[in-house]
Design a protein around this ligand. Sequence first.
Ligand SMILES: [Zn+2]
Length: 317
Amino acid sequence: MDIHQKDTVTRGHFLRSVGILTAGIMFAPREMFGQTSPVNTIIAAAAKDPITVQALRGNIHVLEGSGGNIAVFNGPDGMLMVDAGISVSQKKIESAMAGISAAPLKYLINTHWHFDHADGNEWVHNAGATIIAHENTKENLSKSIRVKDWNYTFKPHTKAGLPTVVFQNEHTLKFNGSQIQMQYYPPAHTDSDISVYFPEADVLHVADTWWNSYYPFIDHDSGGTLNGMISACDHNLKVTTDKTIIIPGHGAVGNRTQLREFRDMLLSIRENVSKLKKAGRSLKDTIAAKPTKAFDARFGNFVLDGAFFTKLVYADV
Ligand SMILES: [Zn+2]
């Protein structure tokens, strides 16, 4: 396990540097306020970025390079994916998975409905996977949704891309000799977030309730709230130990120490923004006061910069 952890840390540093470089291409923050949608630039980046594969433990790997982090679990029954990434990455994901195992693809679990986690649903289903998700993921993928903060309207998925096994609070899947546990978070990043836990390996995928070392997006248009994000972090801290490997929705695979730093950042910024708003500051003045300043160097180098995150927090306090 020590070796794995060492690998994880080394690779985390590497991926973080790549992430920051890529972020420069993917998400110029000004685009978030402008006419173009970052969704198109994220798709374009996925079309050209390589897929990297990181071995964790217990036959679990993480694939990065197609939107959110994809976990792959293989064994005698076949392969299971947690999230499908973006469909333009299909060939690269297929070849990365073939490098892990020749076993057939059997299941896909969606951690939530967002395109950078579920856009690939259709091809993954056509490759043999039964799709499992929270019932709100199915609902959100079935309809057209406008996400104002992304300046983008998502079209409904085809039938092949929709989950066929859905649940409300929790669901257990027996697969590859494991009892994989799925649990719903009350609204946090969206209204459809679930965690996926592999007990034998002690690996927890926490969806987009955690962006390791990055300010998170909070999707107000589909029920997300800052307080929900903080509650989800508290829950994640409660159900893990210092030995648990935690897969964030975005950013390097990490641990509780990093997760705690993320939670504490959310608490500090909530307090800073709340004070300014209660003192009667407008959104513009609140952004100008730089309530995220102490954290920008650490967390502001990916999708959201401090100004944009302030805007999201201001709406929630
Ligand atoms: Zn998301």
